[in-house]
Design a protein around this ligand. Structure first.
Ligand code: C2E
Ligand code: CA
Ligand code: CA
Length: 523
């Protein structure tokens, strides 16, 4: 291949052709006496034929060189234009025209290199909230319109000397000078969140997304530009955790916390696969006799290093990472197998997380586990909290009805902690209501609380539901609740959540129906 700018094979061939053409012209000219005057001149001055041939070939060579350099100049121009275009594409986001991650990192790197002891620039990383539903519902064209609108709004917001970039997907970032100090940064973050929250008009629809912002200062202590972006990312992630539509400033503690969380997340993934999440069982008794009528399944993780972990340590992570369904179905399967050895009148209550409730195959999945383990649906109770119902009431109604059609009972858990309890009680059909522990705790302490719990029990009865009071720890509470007509009770007074072997032993003991299990939870 010939290299532009030097004499390669192609060019040599071209030059030889031109030389040959020159020589041929000379022969033809000489044959047809076209060079009479030239010959006379030659005769007069005694220039040899050989010299003339060389002169003409030289002329041809000169022509070839001029042509070659003109071609070369055009090629160089074309190459420079293509290089400029490629460079622009490689450093900008094609859709929005903003800088891309590469260019943004270069800009951060430049600022970091020039930063003194006091930071002069900051990165604000913006991640859109609710972008996925817009894309899913209205399609990619709508999604693109939102991204372009966000880019435009960011361009308008950043101060002179700032750089706005789309880092990928629905993630944007701006690099801004710290001219008006931290107040200025906060104002900018707030303005960004407000601007992103404004609807985007697209084909007659008002598309609405939100944004969460993470802020990190460009400091020399940070290892490199990537570290600055990572810090802003951690702060943004914290903002998402704290409720989205907000901003957070990076603190080094976040890094440690998030590393620990990531570690726990990966351990949890393995633990679920290895079956280290185990069902514990807490007795539920009928009041006032205190006879055992069933158990609630509560998850416990036998962590090889940290010991027995309660759900507070891992259910949230399992929900956020989408592992909750796998975890709960495995627990349900295990619980159904365990319960086959227990008296057949005992009910099994399982907790279903709001996220699982969105699964339209929930009913089929539960039925398949019941069929596989041979556990009758009439002995199963599903506990759901109100947060499972708020997303889509109609879908919730369908799921509840399908489960009830199977013969499974539905309990509304943690009653009194939701924000529209009465509304859901009126709109949906439940079988049981569980009064939250926070109410039961205080009935014997405050008259107000007692009146409230009394009202809940009456309300439940008037709707044809049975009531369980959670978190009973004292005999005084049992007496009071029984007196008000509460049907069932659950709490440390009757037994803490316990492993299968312990419950089996308890059931085998004489007088097992009059519960008096240990107060403390033991592994
Ligand atoms: P929950 O469904 O309200 O479960 C009752 C919680 O109260 C349990 O906490 C239980 O140990 C505790 N408890 C019971 N009696 C007493 C008492 O007398 N005093 C006090 N102070 N506490 C009592 P636990 O096991 O830590 O579970 C916490 C929550 O985690 C559960 O609240 C439930 O919402 C969730 N959870 C547990 N297991 C699962 C599961 O398998 N799947 C899902 N989605 N959530 C689960
Ligand atoms: Ca529960
Ligand atoms: Ca509860």
């Amino acid at each position: 291949m010939s290299k532009r700018g030097s004499w390669g094979e192609g060019e040599l061939y071209e030059a030889l052709c031109l030389l040959m053409i020159g020589a041929c012209l000379w022969i033809i000219g000489a044959q047809f006496h076209a060079f009479e005057s030239l010959n006379a001149f030659v005769a007069r001055h005694g220039v040899s034929d050989l010299f003339m041939l060389v002169a003409l070939m030289g002329l041809a060579m000169f022509g070839a060189s001029v042509r070659k350099s003109l071609l070369l100049r055009d090629a160089l121009r074309e190459r420079d234009a293509a290089a400029r275009e490629a460079e622009a594409i490689a450093r900008h986001d094609v859709l929005t025209g903003l800088a891309n991650r590469r260019l943004f990192l270069e800009a951060v790197k430049a600022q970091r290199a020039g930063a003194g002891p006091v930071p002069s620039h900051a990165v604000l990383l913006l991640d859109l909230d609710r972008f996925k539903p817009v894309n899913d519902i209205y399609g990619h064209a709508a999604g693109n319109a939102v991204l372009c609108a966000v880019a435009e709004r960011l361009r308008r917001l950043i101060p002179a000397g700032g750089v706005a970039a789309r880092l990928g997907g629905d993630e944007f970032a701006v690099l801004v000078p710290l001219e008006s100090g931290s107040d200025g940064l906060v104002r900018l973050a707030q303005a960004m969140i407000a601007a992103i929250g404004e609807p985007v008009l697209w084909c007659g629809n008002a598309l609405k997304v939100g944004g969460t912002v993470g802020i990190a200062l460009v400091e020399t202590e940070m290892a490199d530009a990537d570290a600055v972006l990572h810090a802003a990312d951690l702060a943004m992630y914290q903002g998402k955790k704290d409720g989205r539509g907000t901003y957070r400033v990076f603190k080094s503690a976040m890094d440690l916390e998030l590393r620990a969380r990531a570690q726990l997340e990966s351990e949890l993934r393995d633990a679920i696969q290895r079956g280290e999440i185990e069902p514990f069982y807490q007795p539920v008794v009928a009041l006032p006799e205190k006879t055992l009528i069933g158990v609630e399944v509560l998850a416990r993780w036998r962590h090889p290093v940290r010991g027995l972990l309660t759900p507070g340590h891992f259910i949230g992570i399992a929900e956020e990472t989408g592992m909750i369904a796998d975890l709960c179905y495995r627990l349900l399967r295990q619980a159904c197998l365990d319960a086959r050895d227990w008296p057949s009148h005992l009910l099994l209550a399982v907790n279903i997380s709001p996220q699982q409730f969105q699964d339209r195959w929930l009913c089929e999945r539960i039925l398949s586990i019941l069929t596989e383990t041979g556990f009758p649906p009439s002995r199963l109770e599903v506990e759901i909290t109100e947060s499972a119902l708020v997303q889509d009431l109609e879908a919730a109604r369908t799921t509840l009805t399908s489960l009830q059609n199977l013969g499974v009972r539905i309990a509304l858990d943690d009653f009194g902690t939701g924000y529209s309890s009465l509304y859901h009680l009126r709109e949906l059909k439940f079988d049981k209501l569980k009064i939250d522990r926070s109410y039961v705790d205080t009935i014997t302490m405050s008259d107000e609380r007692a009146k409230l719990v009394d009202a809940i029990i009456k309300l439940s009865a008037s709707l044809g539901l049975v009531t369980t009071a959670e978190g009973i720890e004292t005999d005084a509470s049992v007496d009071w609740l029984s007196g008000q007509g509460c049907d069932y009770g659950q709490g440390y007074l009757f037994g803490a959540p316990m492993p299968r072997a312990e419950l089996t032993a308890l059931l085998a003991a004489p007088g097992a129906h009059g519960m008096s299990a240990p107060m403390k939870e033991v592994a």
